[in-house]
Structures are given as structure tokens and as C-alpha cells.
Design a protein around this ligand. Structure first.
Ligand SMILES: Cc1cc2nc3c(=O)[nH]c(=O)nc-3n(C[C@H](O)[C@H](O)[C@H](O)COP(=O)(O)OP(=O)(O)OC[C@H]3O[C@@H](n4cnc5c(N)ncnc54)[C@H](O)[C@@H]3O)c2cc1C
Length: 334
């Protein structure tokens, strides 16, 4: 199976073996098969935050394609459970159609539902950690089923236990969200609040988010070459107030920053631009999106070229600001 065909950045060679899992039993069977054959495993969801090597993957790619959404009503909330392989935006649309508040600002993010807890997906002032009630997983080694409550997921900015301490330990089977029927939407993000308000319908909020995302090529659109990406390529750095002071002292421009639990969150996009990389910069067949300075795009290039360009950006930002940008997508070694 050509992995480039399964990722939004359209990069990567062949997988040695590939199994598409449409049920939870398929997932268990794939894990047993990998153990018997002593194959290393990579778990793939929607492929929107994954970069495979040009040499491909010398093991088994387990593609999570389980589907199904169910909802259970209690007095104050609706618990919506979606199987891991459900396309994330279908989950958002289901919630909006049923007038369930809590994930509307996350409209249009590509990938699978199971991918969302991995890096605590977020956009326009919302992140899944705000509504996830629990996550059901299977232990890749013991095949035991485990439920993690929201607190146990260790969510943080673009992170969770699944990305850090339990990396490669579990397969996420389903995610349950606690949503509020006819709740008041929380419009926190400046750009969005100029288009909609708390009295807007969930559909109006979705439409506004999609409109903003389209302008930035942050919606997958086969007609838009700027959307052949992984979304943001670098996370926004978070540094202590003291570190920020030192960085700012050495730079004449005022560096924009936001408070984040006593620390300072910086805009990776601003740092990239001010290190000399404008939108539309290219290096051969890879480059920066013409519509978003944080999205690296592929226009017939290779993983090697993309990572070399990312490294060039990281080095320039580090040389100028003494800040190391961290990659948001997962780079999967062959
Ligand atoms: C155009 C574009 C816009 C984007 N905008 C945003 C945005 O606004 N906000 C944001 O946060 N992200 C954004 N992203 C990044 C990406 O869409 C999200 O991170 C998404 O949740 C990734 O899900 P996926 O299923 O595609 O994951 P994949 O790319 O398939 O996998 C990513 C990681 O998650 C793991 N994983 C996936 N599914 C499972 C599972 N079931 N069990 C265990 N591990 C699993 C994989 O092993 C891998 O380590 C964007 C990407 C693109 C291309």
C-alpha cells in the first residue's frame, strides 16, 4: 500500500503490510497478527498529521476505519460516542445537526475522531479536552480494554498521554464527548467573534469557521494545492516569563505573546515569518503555503526535502530568537 495515498501531505513510500480495520474485532485480530509475525506496528487514522518516510514503513500499518456514532441523553448533557475511525468532521456535523454545543469551532479539521485525543486537537478557542468525557482504548500488548477519564488523559496544549508517556502503547477505539443540548456557544477567538456571537446558531458558527479555514487553505480541498499539508507544521512555543524577557531583550521587534498558565505562549507563525520565511516561499517542490505561514506544503516533493526545509526554518528561528520550534505532525521512521 502506497502510504502517500493515505496522508493529506501525500508523502511516503510503501507499507510492508497493511490492514484496514472496520470493526474493533478487526483491530484485535490485526494486533494478534502483528505479534505472531513479529511485525512492528504503525496506527493510522485519517493521515492528516502523519509524515511517512520516502522508504515507506517496514512493518504493519493498522488503518483505523471503524465507524458509528451514538448518543445517550442525561438530564444536563448528551454523551456522544464516536468510533475512532469516524471522520472527525462527520462527528462535528452530527453534533450540530442535533443542536449539541461544544465542538462546533472544531469544524473542518481533517482526520479521524480517534486522532483528536492524541494531540488534543484545537482551533478557534476550542479543544477536544474541553468536552471529552472518556476515551476507550485497547492495550496493544495485553489486548486489554481500558477506559481513561478526561483527567487521566493528561491533556495539554496539543498533547496527551497518548502522544507522550503512552506513545505507541494503546489504540484508541472510541471517544465519548459530553455535549450540552442547546447550550450557549463560547466564542473566544477574536477572528471568529467578528463574524458570529453567542446568539448565533451552531450552524452559523460552523459556516463562519469553515469560511475562515478556507481562506487559509486549512480545509482539505482537492482543487487547492495549498491544502496538501499537515495543517500547522510547528506548535506555538510556550516559555517561562523569565525566558521570554531574555528573548525579547535581544530583539528589537516586539514579540507578540499570550498568557498561558503563568507562562508565555508565542506565535510560531510570527517567529517563522520574522526569521525570513514568508508565505509562498519554496524550496524545489516543497514550500510554505501561500495562505498560512505555518503550513508546509508538498507540490510533488519528497519527505526528505520537506524535513530539510523544516530544519532550515527551525535553525533560522533558533539562530534569531534562541527558540526551538517543535514539529506538530508525527514523522514516522521507516
Ligand atoms: C489542512 C489541515 C488543517 C488542520 N487543522 C488543524 C487544527 O486546526 N487543529 C489541530 O489541532 N490540528 C489540525 N490539523 C492536524 C490534524 O488534522 C489533527 O491532528 C488530526 O486530529 C489528526 O488525526 P488523524 O486521524 O488524521 O491522525 P493521523 O495523522 O492518522 O495520526 C496522527 C497520530 O495519531 C495517532 N493515532 C491516530 N488515530 C489513532 C488511534 N485510533 N489510536 C491511537 N493512535 C492514533 C497516530 O498513530 C499518529 O501518531 C490539520 C491538518 C490539516 C491537513
Amino acid at each position: 500500500m502506497l502510504l502517500a495515498s493515505l496522508t493529506t501531505i501525500q508523502l511516503g513510500g510503501n507499507a510492508k503490510e497493511y490492514i484496514s480495520c472496520k470493526t474493533q474485532d478487526d483491530i484485535t485480530a490485526a494486533l494478534i497478527y502483528a505479534k505472531e509475525k513479529k511485525l512492528k506496528i504503525h496506527v493510522l487514522g485519517g493521515g492528516s498529521n502523519s509524515i511517512f518516510a520516502d522508504a515507506g514503513f517496514d512493518g504493519l500499518v493498522i488503518h483505523i476505519q471503524t465507524t458509528g456514532i451514538s448518543a445517550e441523553k442525561t438530564d444536563a448533557a448528551v454523551y456522544l460516542t464516536a468510533q475512532a475511525g469516524e471522520p472527525w468532521d462527520d462527528v462535528v456535523q452530527y453534533a450540530i445537526k442535533n443542536n449539541l454545543t461544544g465542538i462546533e469551532c472544531l469544524s473542518g479539521i481533517p482526520g479521524s475522531c480517534g486522532g483528536t485525543p492524541f494531540q488534543n486537537v484545537g482551533a478557534y478557542g476550542q479543544e477536544v479536552a474541553q468536552t471529552i468525557s472518556y476515551v476507550d482504548v485497547i492495550d496493544r500488548n495485553s489486548l486489554q480494554n481500558i477506559r481513561f477519564t478526561n483527567d487521566e488523559c493528561n491533556f495539554g496544549y496539543r498533547t496527551s498521554r497518548f502522544k507522550v508517556q503512552d506513545f505507541n502503547k494503546y489504540i484508541i477505539l472510541s471517544v465519548t464527548f459530553r455535549l450540552i443540548p442547546s447550550g450557549t456557544p463560547n466564542i473566544r477567538y477574536g477572528e471568529l467573534s467578528s463574524l458570529v456571537s453567542e446568539t448565533s446558531s451552531l450552524q452559523e458558527i460552523r459556516d463562519a469557521v469553515l469560511q475562515l479555514r478556507k481562506k487559509k487553505s486549512m480545509l482539505i480541498d482537492p482543487a487547492d494545492p495549498n491544502s496538501i499539508s499537515c495543517g500547522s507544521f510547528f506548535t506555538n512555543p510556550i516559555i517561562s516569563a523569565a525566558e521570554f524577557e531574555t528573548v525579547q531583550k535581544n530583539i528589537s521587534e516586539e514579540i507578540p505573546s499570550y498568557e498561558s498558565a503563568g507562562d508565555k505562549k508565542l506565535s510560531a507563525a510570527w517567529l517563522v515569518e520574522h526569521a525570513g520565511f514568508t508565505k509562498g516561499t519554496t524550496r524545489g517542490n516543497v514550500g510554505i503555503s501561500e495562505h498560512h505561514s505555518l503550513a508546509l506544503v508538498n507540490n510533488g516533493g519528497t519527505t526528505q526535502a520537506l524535513l530539510q526545509f523544516a530544519n532550515e526554518i527551525q535553525t533560522a528561528v533558533e539562530n534569531k530568537f534562541n527558540i526551538k520550534l517543535v514539529l506538530e505532525p508525527l514523522v514516522i521512521p521507516s
